[in-house]
Design a protein around this ligand. Structure first.
Ligand code: UFG
Length: 339
């Protein structure tokens, strides 16, 4: 089967390409390199022995998407491509609405034209909004999102639902990720955010490696066990495997619209993650307590039981493995500065 992976050189995209190739899928990548590097393609080849075909196109150009579908007989699409920085989306909402929505609409229109109606979409737990209950189940549905990035995810979910309702020969799987972290065990691919990271794990890594001075822990007065924010961190390879399972289900069942949480079901606090990272890697992470970050919730984690029941998917990798693999990746991929 030929799978088109949009954003396939990005963080979750690249790990999913590895798992796809391992499962004998034929992988084609489209990526505009706006938040990824072409060297990832070499790394994919190093890991799997196969080099996926790459189109360096921006999905906002519909004629380019058509070119891909004309040249290749695509069976299904996994759609990762999109901007994802929460803070930037608040500063520059139109950049997010324009990029994330236009590219997805173009993609879906071309898919329809070429009668390719199988898609797995990369969504986020952020679509639940602030619900006041820590454990998120799929049945809760979409709530009020707190930033334009999250709103684009929510809107795309709605678009996919509408498409399915208008034509139920589509097969759609929506995967709502919690907090993907970690890296491939080879140390060859991982998360490489441009500039100063927004998210906790990339920040921990930069401080551990000596590129940044100190990690701000945003608030230690939340109503959680140690006062710091609690999230559901999942190893990116577990996330990647979730996509394979979702794809297999689409192949098996043929038509339908399916929604799954991809999470571990376990909450881990900011301090717990820092201390696990320190212990597993035997390295100090310099941190200080800072004020709360506006818009953050105290605690949430997944109810992953639906994915377990219907996809036979669950997380296999521990927080310790997450910390080990993250460190292994950053060690191999950054110029270490002396502290
Ligand atoms: N945190 C810090 N210091 C930092 C960064 C984060 O203390 O420098 C804390 C946050 O306050 C929070 C936790 O670490 O308690 C996790 O924060 P992240 O920024 O890593 O992740 P979020 O849970 O805020 O958001 C992530 C993704 C979003 C996605 C959301 C879905 O960044 O894209 O999960 O649940 F929408």
């Amino acid at each position: 089967m030929k799978i088109l992976v949009t954003g396939g050189l990005g963080y979750i995209g690249s790990h999913t390409c590895v798992e796809l190739i391992k499962s004998n899928y034929d992988v084609i990548i489209v990526d505009d390199l706006s938040n990824s590097k072409e060297k990832v393609l070499d790394r994919l080849e190093q890991i799997t022995g196969k080099r996926p075909k790459l189109y360096k196109y921006d999905l906002k150009d519909k004629s380019k998407i058509e070119e891909i579908f004309k040249e290749n007989k695509i069976d299904a699409v996994i759609h990762f491509a999109g901007f994802k920085a929460v803070g930037e989306s608040v500063q520059n909402p139109m950049k997010y609405y324009n990029n994330n929505l236009v590219s997805t609409i173009n993609l879906l229109e071309v898919m329809k034209k070429y009668n390719v109606k199988n898609i797995v979409f990369s969504s986020s737990a952020t679509i639940y909004g602030n619900v006041g209950i820590p454990k998120y189940t799929e049945e809760m549905g979409r709530g009020k999102t707190s930033n334009p990035y999250g709103t684009t995810k929510s809107m795309i979910e709605q678009i996919l639902e509408d498409i399915y309702n208008s034509d139920n020969s589509w097969s759609i799987s929506i995967l709502r990720y919690f907090n993907p972290v970690g890296a491939h065990e080879s140390g060859l691919i991982g998360e490489e955010p441009n500039g100063i990271p927004n998210n906790l794990m990339p920040y921990i890594m930069k401080v551990a490696v000596g590129e940044l001075e100190v990690l701000n822990v945003y608030g230690n007065d939340y109503e959680t066990e140690d006062g710091t924010g609690v999230r559901d961190y999942i190893h990116v390879v577990d996330v990647a495997e979730g996509h394979i399972k979702a794809l297999e289900k689409l192949e098996k069942e043929n038509n339908g619209l399916y929604i799954y949480n991809l999470g571990s079901g376990k909450g881990v606090s900011v301090l717990e993650l820092i201390h696990t990272f320190e212990k597993v890697n035997n390295i100090k992470v310099n941190y200080k307590i800072a004020p709360r970050r506006p818009g953050d919730l105290a605690i949430y984690f997944a109810d992953p039981s639906k994915a377990k029941r219907e996809l036979n998917w669950e997380t296999k990798r521990s927080v310790e493995e997450i910390c080990r693999d993250s460190w292994n990746f950053i060690k191999n991929n950054s110029e270490r500065k002396s502290k």
